[in-house]
Design a protein. Structure first.
Ligand code: HEM
Ligand SMILES: [Cu+2]
Length: 754
C-alpha cells in the first residue's frame, strides 16, 4: 500500500472531521433567547476572515500564543499518532506485509521525532504561556515579541523535518499526470528518513536521502525556537512576578516550568552544535563522526548529553501539572511542597550526569559505565519522592473522582511502572540483556504515554472553563479517561512482556509466536486512538455547545482555600465582562492542618476506624473457626466410626501441598477452618440471609458443605451415600453454629461493629 497517500489522507480526514464538529456545534449552539442561529449569522465575510487571520498571525498576547502552541502541538500529536497507528497496524501480522520494512523504519523515525520535538514541548509551552503569567500575577511574558517568534519558528521547522512525506505525495501526483523534468526532481528524491529518532552515526552520515539534511535543519530550527521560549520563561518568572508573589509562594507548576527551561538552556544548544557537525560531516567532508579521523561514538555522547535531559524536559512539566491539579481534587494542599520543589531541582541537576546509560553496550570503559549506573539509579530517588508525596496527598485527602483526577491517579500508577522498569534498565547486566528490545519501548512509553499526554488531557479538562467559558461533557470525559488508561496499560504492558522475552524492537516483522501479544498491543493502541478522538470531539463540541459557566469556582476550590491566581483572574474577568458576581462557599476549611478532626475529611480518617477493627474481627473469626472445627471434628469422627466417612481422605488434602499423612491433612483442615472459611464468613456475613447471626452461620455452612461433600466423596452409594451427605451437612452445621456464636459473642464483647 502507498503509505504516504494513506497517511496524509487519514490526517486530512481527521482534520476535516474536527472542523465539521466545530462548525456543527457552533450552529447547534443555542442563543441566549433559546433559539438557534440563522444561516446569515454564520456567513463569514472576507473582511472578518482577513482581520482574524492577521490578528492571530501577529498576536503577542501570551494567552493567544499559548493557544497557538497548543493547537500546533495537538496537530503534531495527531500526525505522530497516525504514524503510531500505522506501525501498530503493520505489527498485526508477523510478516512485513502491510507496509514494507523501509516504510516501517520511516514510520518509527517520524513518530519518535514528531512526538518528542513537535508535540510534547510545544503543548507544555502553550499551557505555560497561558498560565504562568496568570499564576505569577504578570501582565504578559517578559518578551512578548520573542514569544511570538519562538512560536512561529515551529511550523517551518515541522515542515522541514517532515517535508519528505508531502513531497513524496506531490511526486506521485506529478507521475499521475505524466509530468517529469529536472525542475521537479526534488519531489521524487525526498523520502522520510529511516534512522530512528537518535540519528545514530555512521548511518545518518551515509544515508543518501537529501531529506536527512532538511530534517537536521528542521531540528536545529526547533531547537532555536525552544531555547528562545525557555529564556523567555526564565526571565518572566524571575523578573515579572507580581507584588505578592515571592520565591516562597511560587506555584509548583511554575517551579517545574522554571526547571525545565533551565534544562533546555543547557541541553538544546548542545544538540544544535552536534546537528551542525552532523550536517558538515554529511555535506562538507568533515570527519567528526566518521571512523577514519573521527569517532561515531562521539555522536552518541553528544546526542545523549542532550537526550537524557530531554527526557526530563518532557517529564517535568507533566509532573508539575500533577502536583498542581491533584491537590485540587484531593481537597488538601500538596503534601511536602518543599520536598517536591527540591526533588524537581535535584532531577534538573542530576539529569546531566547520566547520559552514558544509553551507551552501556557500546564498549565504553567499564569503570565509567559503573559510575553512570550509580548516578542513574540515584536519580530515581527524587522521582520517588514526588510519587510518595502524591500518594500521601491522596491518602490524607478527600478524593473527588472527576476525569482529571482519574487521570492523575492513573498516571501515578503508570509512572511507577515506567520508572521502576527504568531502574532495571539502568543496571548494567539487565541493560545488556534488554537493550534494543521491546522492554525499552514498553518502559519509556509508560512514561511518554502514561504521564505526559495523561496530564495534558487532565489539564485540558481542569482549565477548560477558563479557556472557553464553558464546561465540557463530564460523562464523556470520564469514559474517555478510563478508556485511555485501559488502552495504554494494555498496549504497553504487552510491549514489556514481549520485551521480557527479548523481542528486538524497530523491526516490522517478528517470530509468529509473538502474534497474540502483538495483536493485544494493537487493539490497545486503537483504543488509545479512539479515546483521543473522543477527547478531541469533546473539546471541539463543548467549545460552542457546552454549558456556560455560572461561577468562576467551577471546582469548588474556595471551600478548601485552593482558589489559585488563574481562577481569581477568571473571576474578575467574568465579573467585568458578564457581571457574574463572585460566589462564596457555605463552608470553608483549611486545605491542610495538623489539628485532628479539622481540615478536609481524609481517606485516612475514613479508613482508620476500619483498620483498627480488622485485627479484632480477624481474631474473633479465627477463634470462632477453632470452636467450629472442633465441633465439626466430633461429628466427623462419629461418622467414621459408623463407616460413612473415610478419615483417610484427609491425606489427599496433605498431598495438595506436597506432603503426606492423615495428621498433616487434618492440621491443614483445621487451619483452613480457622482462617480461610472463618475470614470469608466475617467478610460476607453482612450479605448472607438470616438474623440472628446463628441463622447466618447455618446458611453459610450449608453453602460450603457442598464443596466438602464433593471433595471428600469416596465412592459411597445408596444408603451409605445418604448417610454421608447427612453427616457432612450436620458436621457443617456444627461448624457454622460454633463459628457464628463465638464470633457474635466476641465482637459484641469487644464492641466492634462486625
Ligand atoms: C498512541 C500511543 C502510541 C503508540 C501506539 C506508540 C507506538 C510506538 C511504536 C510501535 C514504536 C516503535 C517500536 C519499535 O519498533 O521499536 C514507537 C516508538 C517510539 N515512540 Fe511511540 N507510541 C505512542 C505514543 C508515543 C508518545 C506519546 C511518544 C512521545 C511523547 C512516543 C515516543 C516514541 C519514541 C521516542 C519512539 C522511539 C522511536 C525510535 O525507535 O527511534 N510514542 N512508538
Ligand atoms: Cu537517559
Amino acid at each position: 500500500m502507498n503509505r504516504a497517500v494513506v497517511e496524509l489522507t487519514i490526517l486530512g480526514s481527521i482534520l476535516c472531521a474536527c472542523w465539521f464538529v466545530f462548525w456543527l456545534s457552533k450552529k447547534r449552539a443555542t442563543k441566549p433567547d433559546g433559539g438557534y442561529r440563522s444561516r446569515r449569522e454564520f456567513d463569514v465575510d472576507l473582511e472578518t476572515l482577513k482581520r482574524t487571520v492577521v490578528h492571530w498571525t501577529t498576536t503577542t498576547n501570551h494567552r493567544e500564543i499559548g493557544i497557538l502552541y497548543i493547537l500546533f502541538g495537538t496537530f503534531a500529536a495527531l500526525w505522530g499518532g497516525t504514524d503510531a497507528m500505522m506501525m501498530r497496524t503493520e505489527l498485526l501480522t508477523p510478516n512485513a506485509d502491510i507496509w514494507s520494512t523501509e516504510t516501517y523504519n520511516a514510520l518509527f523515525t517520524a513518530h519518535g521525532i514528531t512526538m518528542l520535538f513537535f508535540f510534547v514541548t510545544p503543548v507544555f509551552f502553550g499551557i505555560a504561556n497561558y498560565f504562568v503569567p496568570l499564576l505569577i500575577d504578570a501582565d504578559d511574558m517578559a518578551f512578548p515579541r520573542l514569544n511570538a517568534i519562538g512560536f512561529w519558528l515551529l511550523p517551518p521547522s515541522l515542515f522541514l523535518a517532515r517535508g519528505g512525506l508531502p513531497a513524496q505525495v506531490v511526486g506521485q501526483f506529478l507521475n499521475l499526470f505524466n509530468i517529469h523534468g529536472d525542475l521537479f526532481q526534488f519531489f521524487w528524491t525526498l523520502r522520510e528518513p529511516e534512522l530512528g529518532w537518535t540519528l545514530y552515526t555512521p548511518l545518518s552520515i551515509q544515508s543518501p536521502n537529501p531529506q536527512v539534511n532538511f530534517l537536521i535543519l528542521g531540528l536545529h530550527l526547533s531547537g532555536i525556537a525552544t531555547t528562545l521560549g525557555a529564556i523567555n520563561f526564565i526571565v518572566t518568572i524571575a523578573y515579572e512576578r507580581g507584588k505578592n508573589v515571592g520565591w516562597e509562594n511560587l506555584d509548583i507548576f511554575v517551579w517545574n516550568i522554571l526547571t525545565t527551561s533551565g534544562l533546555i538552556l543547557f541541553a538544546f544548544p548542545l544538540l544544535g552544535s552536534a546537528l551542525i557537525m552532523l550536517l558538515l560531516d554529511r555535506n562538507f567532508g568533515t570527519t567528526f563522526f566518521i571512523s577514519e579521523g573521527g569517532d561515531p561514538i562521539l555522536w552518541q555522547h553528544l546526542f545523549w548529553f542532550f537526550g537524557h535531559p530531554e527526557v526530563y524536559i518532557i517529564f517535568l512539566p507533566a509532573a508539575g501539572l500533577m502536583s498542581f491539579i491533584l491537590p485540587k481534587f484531593a481537597g488538601r494542599k500538596l503534601f511536602g511542597f518543599t520536598f517536591v520543589v527540591y526533588s524537581t531541582l535535584a532531577i534538573g541537576i542530576l539529569s546531566f550526569g547520566v547520559w552514558a546509560h544509553h551507551m552501556f553496550t557500546t564498549g565504553i570503559d567499564p569503570r565509567i559505565r559503573a559510575s553512570f549506573m550509580a548516578v542513574s539509579i540515584a536519580i530515581a530517588v527524587p522521582s520517588a519522592i514526588k510519587v510518595f508525596n502524591w500518594i500521601t496527598t491522596i491518602w490524607s485527602g478527600n478524593v473527588r473522582l472527576t476525569a482529571p483526577m482519574v487521570l492523575c491517579i492513573s498516571s501515578i500508577g503508570t509512572f511507577v511502572v515506567g520508572g521502576v522498569t527504568g531502574i532495571f534498565l539502568a543496571t548494567i547486566p539487565v541493560d545488556i540483556l534488554y537493550h534494543g528490545t521491546y522492554y525499552v519501548v514498553g518502559h519509556f512509553h509508560f512514561i511518554v504515554m502514561g504521564i505526559i499526554p495523561f496530564m495534558m488531557i487532565a489539564a485540558s479538562y481542569y482549565w477548560y472553563p477558563i479557556l472557553t467559558g464553558r464546561l465540557y461533557d463530564r460523562q464523556l470525559a470520564l469514559f474517555q479517561s478510563i478508556l485511555l488508561v485501559f488502552g495504554s496499560v494494555l498496549t504497553f504492558g504487552a510491549l514489556i512482556l514481549m520485551g521480557l522475552l527479548t523481542l528486538p524492537r524497530r523491526l516490522a516483522f517478528y517470530p509468529p509466536e509473538f502474534a497474540s501479544f502483538q495483536r493485544i498491543a494493537t487493539v490497545g493502541a486503537f483504543l488509545i486512538g479512539l479515546s483521543v478522538l473522543l477527547w478531541l470531539y469533546n473539546m471541539l463540541w463543548s467549545f460552542w455547545s457546552g454549558t456556560p459557566v455560572q461561577t468562576a469556582d467551577v471546582w469548588g476550590l474556595k471551600r478548601t482555600q485552593q482558589f489559585t491566581r488563574e481562577w481569581q483572574w477568571f473571576e474578575r474577568r467574568l465579573e467585568e465582562k458578564y457581571g457574574i458576581e463572585p460566589t462564596e462557599p457555605e463552608t470553608t476549611r483549611p486545605s491542610s492542618t495538623t489539628v485532628p478532626g479539622e481540615g478536609s475529611p481524609t481517606v485516612l480518617r475514613t479508613v482508620e476506624p476500619l483498620l483498627s477493627t480488622i485485627p479484632r474481627v480477624a481474631l474473633a473469626a479465627g477463634t470462632g473457626g477453632l470452636v467450629g472445627t472442633t465441633l465439626m471434628s466430633g461429628v466427623l469422627f462419629t461418622a467414621t466410626i459408623l463407616g460413612v466417612f473415610d478419615l483417610g481422605s484427609f491425606s489427599e488434602l496433605a498431598e495438595l501441598v506436597g506432603m503426606q499423612g492423615v495428621a498433616v491433612g487434618y492440621l491443614l483442615f483445621l487451619a483452613g477452618g480457622m482462617t480461610t472459611w472463618a475470614l470469608l464468613f466475617a467478610v460476607f456475613a453482612e450479605y448472607l440471609p438470616g438474623r440472628p447471626r446463628i441463622i447466618t452461620g447455618l446458611a453459610y455452612a450449608t453453602i460450603i458443605s457442598v464443596g466438602f461433600a464433593l471433595a471428600f466423596y469416596t465412592g459411597q452409594t445408596d444408603l451409605q451415600l445418604l448417610a454421608y451427605v447427612v453427616f457432612v451437612l450436620i458436621a457443617h452445621w456444627f461448624y457454622g453454629f460454633g463459628l457464628a456464636v463465638t464470633f457474635e459473642y466476641l465482637i459484641s464483647r469487644w464492641q466492634v461493629k462486625g
